[in-house]
Design a protein around this ligand. Structure first.
Ligand SMILES: O=C(O)c1ccccc1NCC(=O)[C@H](O)[C@H](O)COP(=O)(O)O
Length: 261
């Protein structure tokens, strides 16, 4: 069993329980359910830096990254750094995140928020809207083409954007549909946890130009971004590089300053 199989097996159990604890009707009554969302895709299209900064306490590949920060300060710091958007990991077991983290981020900043989750059920998309997300992540490796269509169309009905994550050409082919806003290439091989920018480079020319291209994982230097920009990438999802520091917001400020100089 690879890590995605393990995570999704646990996720199905978790989601079934959550559905019983908080019925859909209750999610739909959230004050945030009617909120007008903010477009991350638009921000990335018009940005010269394209940073999506992540809140990530721990991960299967690195174990503990940082347990000493609070989401409120991290979100304020990222907003102060003028990143394009913030990604909030909401999985508890493997990443130490929660939906409360998403809610706290929503109450602390007005950045577009990505719910970084392993989505395998419509219910999690309703949760994303109810807790203040603007964007959801769909991972092609754990979904069928029919599920990608169903989940992305539901997201659009709720005014949420969709970042679709791929690792290879096969996943790309099942993911091209009009309800996807952004295509994210994950540089991390989820079998070995090795990261290689070559994945982003190789897949870039196969991605149709109407999608905003995002490169995800293992980005720890401005050189990496300068290498990927000529391949058409407009967004760069960065977690550990900021979160391993005492002040992720300050790290993002310095990173963006160096990128612009
Ligand atoms: O980060 C992991 O170890 C991981 C393992 C299994 C599935 C997903 C995983 N990460 C989720 C992400 O996509 C990253 O948090 C995100 O791209 C940022 O990556 P990084 O900048 O390398 O922290």
């Amino acid at each position: 069993m690879n890590i995605l199989d393990k995570i999704t097996t646990d996720k199905r159990i978790e989601v079934n329980l959550r559905k019983q604890l908080i019925p859909i009707k209750q999610l739909e009554q959230s004050v945030l359910f009617e909120r007008d969302t903010i477009s991350l895709a638009k921000k990335l299209r018009h940005s010269h830096t394209g940073i999506i900064a992540e809140h990530k306490r721990r991960s299967p590949s690195k174990q503990v990254i940082n347990h000493n920060l609070n989401v409120f300060d991290v979100a304020r710091g990222y907003e102060n750094a003028e990143v394009c958007g913030m990604s909030v990991l909401t999985d508890g077991k493997y990443f130490g995140g929660s939906l409360d983290d998403l809610l706290t981020a929503r109450s602390s900043c007005s950045l577009p928020l990505l719910r970084k989750e392993f989505i395998i059920d419509d219910y999690q998309i309703l949760e994303a809207k109810a807790y203040g997300a603007d964007v959801i992540l769909l991972i092609a490796a754990i979904l069928t083409k029919a599920e990608i269509k169903q989940f992305s169309e539901l997201a659009k009905q709720l005014q949420l954007e969709v970042l679709l994550e791929i690792h290879n050409e096969k996943e790309l082919h099942k993911s091209i549909m009009p309800s996807i806003d952004m295509l994210g290439v994950n540089n991390r091989n989820l079998k070995t946890f090795e990261v290689s920018l070559d994945t982003s480079k190789q897949l870039s020319e196969l991605i149709p130009s109407d999608f905003v291209k995002v490169s995800e994982s293992g980005i720890s230097s401005i050189e990496a971004i300068k290498i990927l920009q000529p391949y058409g990438y407009k967004g760069f999802l960065i977690g550990e590089n900021f979160m391993k520091t005492d002040n992720p917001g300050e790290s993002a400020i310095q990173f963006i300053k160096d990128l612009q100089s």
